[in-house]
Design a protein around this ligand. Structure first.
Ligand SMILES: [Zn+2]
Length: 286
């Protein structure tokens, strides 16, 4: 599903293309989209309001309205927001159409049907966002925070990285790439990481997400920006869905195994389950 870089890209596109536009009418084509309030009230409260801004928090895409409400999307794996024109009108898997002024329409489509939307007032929004961990590309997120937050946990490192209460915005693609960069096995227990490994993990979180934003997201299958263009970060992936292919860092082969219920891609040579081969923490502990 869209992770921080993809949602950030869509947010920036919307900021450029639709902020200032008025929503003349909202057409809910798939009521399962709307989590809150009821679909009818959702459509009614969107009618005649102006889009004043867009922002992102974790993987939430937030469209700010002059009514004081926020339209909050959680785009799932097939979730696409497309602006017509210039994009050609999509015909399938439609969930919502926002009819804008100047004869433009914003289409939400999702062929998996898992995308969800909410229309929240300020208090409801605050409540929704408050459990989320820090934004990894902002100040205040540092290696010390990570170590304090999860450094004593016996849990596996990959599910912790995916936990939005620990850090916001990381999903399955970037988690695998981050762990590869850090040479951490996805099943490595958090409480076995050395100070250097926490620093490396923090740096890899930042560099991978920043590169993803720079490349306008990763299109493995369905992700598109608001103008229906794929991202480019898929061209920079080292391990995600590269199982059976050579590791770019050694002679070994990238494998795919489930970790914490999620398919995980890593190099068992470079990413040892019990820690680095030599010169690392475990050896110094021995
Ligand atoms: Zn390797």
């Amino acid at each position: 599903m869209p992770e921080l870089p993809e949602v950030e890209t869509i947010k920036e596109d919307l900021r450029e293309l639709v902020v200032g536009s008025k929503i003349e009418r909202a057409e809910v084509l798939d009521p399962s989209l709307v989590e809150q309030p009821q679909a009818e009230e959702f459509a009614r409260r969107l009618e005649g309001v102006r889009i004043t801004g867009t922002r992102r928090r974790a993987k939430h895409l937030i469209v700010e309205l002059d009514s004081g409400d926020s339209l909050v999307f959680q785009l799932k794996i097939g979730g696409q927001l497309l602006l017509v024109p210039p994009v050609e009108e999509p015909k399938t898997a439609l969930m919502l159409i926002l009819h804008l002024d100047a004869d433009r329409r914003l289409f939400l489509r999702d062929e998996t049907g898992f995308t969800r939307a909410r229309l929240l007032d300020a208090e409801e929004l605050e409540e929704r966002l408050s459990p989320l961990g820090p934004e990894p590309l902002e100040e205040g997120f540092d290696a010390g925070y990570l170590q304090r937050k999860i450094g004593s946990r016996r849990a596996q490192i990959k599910p912790l990285l995916l936990d939005q209460k620990v850090v916001s915005g990381i999903g399955n693609i970037y988690a695998d790439e981050i762990l590869y960069d850090t040479r951490l096995h996805p099943r490595r227990k958090a409480n076995t990481l050395s100070e250097e490994e926490w620093k490396a993990l923090h740096a890899a979180i930042r560099s991978n997400l920043a590169a993803g934003v720079e490349h306008r997201g990763t299109t493995v299958r369905l992700y598109r920006d608001v103008l229906d263009r794929p991202g480019e970060h898929q061209n920079y992936l080292r391990v995600f869905e590269k199982h059976g292919r050579p590791c770019p860092g050694c002679e070994g082969e990238v494998v795919r195994e489930k970790v914490g219920g999620r398919p995980s891609h890593f190099c068992p040579e470079c990413q040892r389950e019990n820690g680095p081969k030599s010169g690392g923490t475990l050896e110094s502990l021995w």
